[in-house]
Write a protein of this length. Structure first.
Length: 243
């Protein structure tokens, strides 16, 4: 494997949504062996729980899922997360299914089972490199490893806490980058205890993160995170993941 391909693998976070437990485990093991950060679940509901906490670059989705179907899930992901990669991996080979996968689901690739493991790796690596190149010049970068935020300018660098990182990840992957206050309270409660944090604690968390942003933003810049009346909070800047 070339250095470029190694780098593409090691910086890529992949979510597998596959209800066949044996196949899901085989794919997970193979991708991990290639240096990718891999998360796996068997349903759309499980993926919703996952994306609230984890940063995902590429989604690998089967169409035949329990509950919400794979095509509906792909469509929902494409609408809420337009910059991620979506790869459909399914046993459905008909042309009508392929067309629906691209047109309705917004898939970047449509692969039919069985897929050669090395081909799957190459598809994910290619998509990962493409996603890296599409980052805008005015976006921020969130490093998940050392919990730092890097702005468009070299001097715009922030160190954040674990809870601040969780808040950003959740907002980054929400539709319109907006989440209800109650959902965020439950998110932190699930992570740290058996009950939700209070809305007052959430307000304090958001206020501290806003202050950090203001120390490196130009005077008069709008808040990086704004309150949405009657809803919760919205992330107002573009942030990309660095794994």
């Amino acid at each position: 494997m070339t250095q470029e391909r190694q780098d593409a693998s090691q910086s890529l976070s992949v979510a597998i949504v596959e209800d066949d437990s044996l196949l899901r485990q085989e794919i997970e093991i193979h991708l991990r062996a290639r240096g990718m950060v891999v998360h796996a679940t068997n349903s759309a509901a499980g993926l919703d729980d996952l994306t609230a906490r984890e940063a995902i670059d590429v989604f690998l989705i089967d169409l035949s899922l329990p509950g919400e179907g794979g095509l509906s899930l792909c469509k929902r992901l494409r609408e809420s997360l337009p910059h991620v990669g979506i790869v459909i991996c399914t046993g459905r080979t008909a042309l009508v299914d392929r067309i629906a996968g691209y047109r309705q689901g917004g898939a970047d690739f449509y692969l039919t089972k069985p897929v050669a493991p090395d081909e799957l790796v190459l598809v994910l690596q290619s998509l990962g490199r493409r996603l890296k190149k599409t980052g805008s010049a005015d976006s921020w970068s969130l490093s998940l490893r050392d919990r730092t935020l890097q702005g468009p300018l070299p001097e715009q660098k922030l160190q954040i806490t674990g809870r601040e990182k969780t808040l950003l990840v959740a907002l980054m992957q929400a539709k319109d980058n907006t989440l209800d206050s109650g959902v965020l309270c439950d998110l932190f409660g699930d992570e740290h205890s058996d009950r939700s944090i209070s809305k007052h604690s959430l307000e304090e968390l958001v206020a501290r993160l806003r202050k950090k942003f203001k120390t490196v933003q130009a005077e008069g810049s709008e808040h990086a995170i704004k309150s949405v009346w009657g809803v919760g909070y919205q992330l107002c800047i573009r942030v990309n993941f660095i794994h």
